[in-house]
Write a protein that binds this ligand. Structure first.
Ligand code: FES
Length: 57
């Protein structure tokens, strides 16, 4: 599922960035994938994906 349409980033890519690149918050995720740095509409959902990925570990 696409989370960030501006950068065409999926929930799977976000989960991978959290697990493999240690992107544990929006600031780090933005740096890694660009998520949230254009229109910002994806920020809330992206944060949920980060949280769920961390909980799953
Ligand atoms: Fe992510 Fe626009 S949808 S910045």
């Amino acid at each position: 599922m696409f989370v960030c349409l501006c950068y065409a980033v999926t929930d799977k890519q976000i989960a991978k960035a959290v697990r493999e690149e240690g992107a544990g918050n929006m600031r780090e995720l933005r740096k890694a994938l660009g998520v949230g740095s254009q229109c910002g509409k994806c920020v809330q959902l992206a944060q949920q994906v980060i949280d769920n990925t961390i909980i799953d570990e």
